[in-house]
Design a protein around this ligand. Structure first.
Ligand code: HEC
Length: 112
């Protein structure tokens, strides 16, 4: 268990270090049906989420809360601010643990 977890996080961080490609965790959780790294889909692109939250001290916590608890209505105004389209009013709670959500939040915030 310990070893497989370690191997898993090594693979994940290697993936992050090598490219801006989505980590397999994000792909395997179905996020891509609503999000792309840089294109508008149903939800905001991950790079635009990064722009909005980068540098805020509670950024990781806020994004973890949105992934594990859902998010409603935040991006209607933000979409206008960034000139993107967000076609759904809310994101339902996602099937990720708090630890997984934290990894994903850190990845999102690392995007340029
Ligand atoms: C059914 C479509 C859908 C799926 C699936 C989905 N999202 Fe979202 N996501 C949205 C929408 C719509 C918003 C904007 C919500 C809002 O306006 O409050 C959003 C917002 C977000 C935000 C910003 C939250 C905030 O606080 O500003 C993050 C981060 C995010 N999604 C990550 C993910 C990740 C990671 C996954 C996969 C585990 C995922 N989403 C799966 C539709 C989706």
């Amino acid at each position: 268990m310990r070893i497989s977890l370690l191997a898993y996080s090594l693979v994940l961080s290697a993936g992050i270090a090598l490219s801006a490609d989505m980590p397999s965790l994000v792909k395997s959780k179905g996020c891509t049906s609503c999000h792309d790294v840089s294109k508008s889909k149903v939800g905001p692109p991950f790079k635009v989420i990064a722009k909005e939250y980068k540098g805020k001290s509670d950024a990781v916590q806020t994004l973890v809360q949105s992934m594990t608890g859902g998010s409603v209505g935040k991006w209607q105004g933000l979409a206008q601010k960034y000139g993107i389209s967000v076609t759904a009013f809310y994101m339902p709670r996602q099937p990720v643990s708090k630890e997984e959500a934290e990894k994903i939040a850190r990845w999102i915030l690392s995007l340029e």
